[in-house]
Ligand binder design. Sequence first.
Ligand code: SAM
Length: 287
Amino acid sequence: MRFHVLTLFPEMIMDGLHTSILGRACEQGHISIDAVNIRDYTENKHKKVDDYPYGGGAGMLMQAQPVFDAYKAVEEKILARNKMASENFIPKMKARNQLQEKNSELEVANSENKNFTKPRVIYLTPQGSVFTQKMAEELAKEEDLVFLCGHYEGIDERVLEEIVTDYVSIGDYVLTGGELPAMVMIDAISRLVPNVLNNDVSAEFESFHDDLLEYPQYSRPEEWHDKKVPEVLLSGHHANIEKWRKEQSIIRTKERRPDLYEKWISKEENQKYLEKLNKQKAKKKSV
Ligand code: SAM
């Protein structure tokens, strides 16, 4: 998966995302992160990229021209790479399908279309839909994603209308720029790309999976500050451990995120699960 970030502060993106797990994923070629300096594309001889907003008001606005040209350069690169890949891939696919005597036309057409469609362009803005794990899961299926980071008071509306496909916020507060939100999103999406995490299971059973928060976790030693690790976790009984964890997830979600809990409990199968759990508990108590 390839991330392309349009920004006035490329070093922020490159320094922030090339360490630890994502740094290793880049080195191993599972993802790539490229920051493009919008300032490099300005036609202004003083390298200016912002100006006063029409109608007055506080602050400056990023101008349309450098943003548009920076985006076009990235789009061109993505389309050229995809075209080259398809030129190598489609004849191979056709040959393979002929061998297998399959009707390959649809598969080839899909592949050809995919290679010439424009990438999704995400404008980070407090005015967008709030980023969620579900959104990360959906975006992780893309091959290329372009992030547009605003600064100052934002970006001229006209260029947004022309290039942006998704308006995304990371929460109901206002930051100075879109770089941190882009980094937050890239981190969350990258973790879902195959092979980025050592253990794929760890991304599958985390908080927000199935609308529940993750259960509490413990490591060595078995006792610390007079606090013992719950016995069930030392039992080696996998079914009991799983049951305990699910129960803890439910309790924790109800306490800390009642909004999520309401979503979880609104599903019939979850109500049934909870009823069964409560019955088992009541039975245990009466023994
Ligand atoms: N004047 C804008 C408004 O009221 O909507 C806010 C501009 S903000 C100071 C500058 C830039 O920071 C935005 O263009 C956007 O890229 C980014 N930004 C700020 N808060 C954000 C948030 N919560 N989520 C995503 N991006 C944000």
